[in-house]
Design a protein around this ligand. Structure first.
Ligand code: HMG
Ligand code: MG
Length: 315
């Protein structure tokens, strides 16, 4: 299959990126972070989560953050909601869209959301009902789609079964999480082959963490199969507190560089994204995880693109 002409990047930095950081950032910094992301041209920003503060203290100020951001009408601001408590809080905070999240591994599900996969699906039913009634679209995440930190191998068929359930329940998109970044292109292809038998491939998103440095090549593999939504995090921030050893998400800057190189449209400014990555890394006092940002990338000037003439070479 040919590569898509357009790709949607879902920026998960303010949620996945910040949920695993030791520093708990104040509302004002998160708000500026999200405003800068939307100014770079991103049209979907996962801006927080409404989860238990005991489980993920870094997300405790999601309400204040949602209330403080300057809304860009072109941007969707979404949040994770694991249950009805989370959904009601998210609605009160004014989210545009919510996401439910489960796993393809029982042990990960217990560790992350304190219930079995089947129980998580039962909990999502009223969440979806109320959200859809209120006109909010719901995304569905499946963690450990390419491997689990507790169970190891995860059969693609078990991911496909859960994807089918979430899709039938009304999730408009299923985001497949390589939570611990152990996937390889062949495994990613097998996953998309299995899941796309249940859910149209255009309704799948790739959410790949980069622990083993395979995320970009895995993304390329799934792009050739018709996937056209990619989750990524500026500066490669990210990780799940309940996935020990997992590195950050694939960096948004690196994904954008790849897409630009393939001539795929996103409408996002790489320069602004890199500046936003610098901003948040400075706030977190940590280096960027983006190879493109670390390379000292700058837009080539016109003169750089012109081959030197003979006279110049002879000088
Ligand atoms: P639980 O302890 O079983 O919840 O946690 P509970 O229903 O028994 O309630 C216990 C207490 O928590 C109660 O308070 C509830 O009100 C409160 P108390 O009565 O004791 O004072 N509570 C809440 N408070 C605020 N917001 C809520 C909420 N729900 C209950 N929504 C629960 C179950 C699901 C809540 C918990 O396990 C949890 O919050 N887990 C979230 C973990 C998490 O956020 N992980 C990271 C995100 S997932 C991820 O990163 C993967 C992803 O990126 C894809 C990938 O990479 O694979 C998406
Ligand atoms: Mg993640």
């Amino acid at each position: 299959m040919a590569l898509p002409k357009q790709v949607q990047i879902v920026e998960v930095g303010p949620r996945d990126g910040l949920q695993n950081e030791p520093l708990n950032l104040p509302d004002s910094v998160k708000i500026e972070f999200i405003n800068r992301l939307s100014a770079s041209g991103l049209t979907h920003i996962e801006s927080g989560s409404f989860v238990s503060p005991e489980w993920v203290p870094q997300m405790t100020n999601s309400t204040e953050v949602f209330k403080g951001i300057t809304r860009n009408p072109a941007t969707v601001y979404s949040a994770l909601t694991p249950n009805l408590t989370g959904l009601h809080a998210a609605i009160d905070a004014g989210v545009d869209q919510v996401a439910v999240f489960t796993a393809a591994s029982e042990r990960f599900s217990e560790k992350n959301i304190n219930c079995s996969i089947a129980e998580s699906i039962r909990r999502f039913e009223p969440v979806l009902q109320i959200a859809l009634d209120q006109g909010l679209k719901v995304r569905g995440y499946i963690s450990c789609a390419l491997g689990c930190p507790y169970q190891g191998h995860v059969p693609p068929k078990s991911v496909a079964k859960i994807a089918s359930q979430l899709y039938q329940m009304g999730c408009y998109e299923i985001s497949l999480g390589d939570t611990i970044g152990t996937g390889t292109p062949q495994k990613a292809i097998e996953l998309i082959n299995a899941v796309s038998e249940q859910v149209p491939v255009q309704r799948l998103a790739a959410h790949f963490h980069d622990t083993y440095g395979q995320a970009l090549v895995n993304l390329y593999a799934v792009l050739t199969m018709g996937v056209r939504t990619i989750d990524s995090s500026v500066a490669g921030l990210g990780g799940c507190p309940y996935a020990p050893g997992a590195a950050g998400n694939v960096a948004s800057e690196d994904v954008l560089y790849l897409l630009n190189g393939l001539g795929i449209e996103t409408g996002i400014s790489l320069d602004k994204l890199i500046e936003t990555g610098d901003f948040i890394c400075h706030q977190l006092q940590r280096p960027s995880g983006s190879k493109v940002a670390l390379s000292g990338y700058r837009k080539p000037k016109r003169s750089d693109l012109v081959m030197p003439g003979r006279a110049q070479l002879d000088k």
